[in-house]
Design a protein around this ligand. Sequence first.
Ligand SMILES: [Zn+2]
Length: 473
Amino acid sequence: MTVSRRRKRVTRLLSALAVFGALTFAIGAQTKITAPKNRFSLDDDVKLGRDASGQVVKELPLLGDQRVETYVEGVGVTLAGAIPPEFRHPPFRYTFDVINQKEINAFALPGGPMYLNRGMIAASKVEGEVAGVMAHEISHVALRHGTAQATAARTFQLIDLLGQIGGALAGGTLGSVIAQGTSFTAGTAFLTYSREYESQADILGAQILARAGYNPRDMANMFKTIEAEGGSRGPQWLSSHPNPGNRYEAINREAGMLRVQGNANSGDFESIQARLRGMSPAYTAEQIAKGQAKGGTQTISTASRTPVRVTPPATQYRSSRPFPFLRLNLPSNWMEVAGGDTGVTYAPEGGYRADQGALQGFTHGVQVGVAPRGSGNLQRDTDQLVVAFAKSNPDLRRQGGYSRETVGGRAGLRTSLSNRSDITGQPEAISLTTTLLGDGRLLFLIGVAPQREAETYENAFRRVRQSVQLSDR
Ligand SMILES: [Zn+2]
């Protein structure tokens, strides 16, 4: 008797689970995707992508800007981490590079290498739109559409596919074919997808976006932007990623079934766009095809030497993460004007001077930096830092002593200094705040403003300081 009663309870429990399961399914329903048939091995994908990317890197001008690369990589790694388990392939390696090209385009090679044109980032309105294009490209790779296409075309041998890459090279280099987007031949077949594959990449892309913490609707918006900017011939992205029909509706319908998990926005999108705007213009497809483009480090244009009216700190703030362990809020009109391993500077338009990509100085804004490990005593190390600053700022003077202030929940010190700006020749007010990091290095925040605007800026500096969040221990 006991047995049957137990059995009955089990049955009841199972049916309760079934009902619960059905409800969950109804709420969280999302389109189920099945990767197309593929006769190639995962290693074939990897080999194909590696060979083609070798050509791409040789022929297309990479932007070669550390901050932009780090930013794009950050978005890409977040997305790759959100690929559903059934579409993860251990030998695949997702990499993300930026090409210094004006036209809106992006492409991914089998096995994971992805390339984004600078024009694509520039045309996006929010980070989610950049992420949208990347999630779509990642989906083609994860679903192995390149080699699936060759499977359907009955090109079963890897050697045939490699031969087709060779064919593309014979008809003009692979890079220039990709750059121009005109003469797509069999050689770039793995970059030109059918409408069916496009639908799949849109849907899986939407699912990856939601899992990663981006709004899938941003992807639909970006595709609209791409179509709008097309002109008569349409941008090349569309020639390799044809609209399968009702594209926005399909993506938005899928989005309605998905729950966006958290918020992946880095908060750095606007400063990255500002950084791109400050660089010399991107190359056109024509220049690249003619071999006039050179990859490498771009220079940030020199800030005007004539006095510029600098807009006061915005009352709206945005979040930024200058270091992996540090998050803070900044007036929304301050952009990141220089960065490196030891410091990042945020300044408004006209509030800094840069030459050949290197920051010469700034008259308005904040610098966040880390000084090498010193004695481990907060006040002694801060004294040392002031001495170091004075070496490049001979007019730097202390205005009174230290006051205690909490920075990111830790004991910190604050002091005021005066200086004469070597950019304007005018007196300036400097506000220095420091605290010790878990590893004993000194974290510092320097606020700089002309003396006569010191009060306005001190309010902004205080808000920046109070927003600091540290996660290094
Ligand atoms: Zn596509």
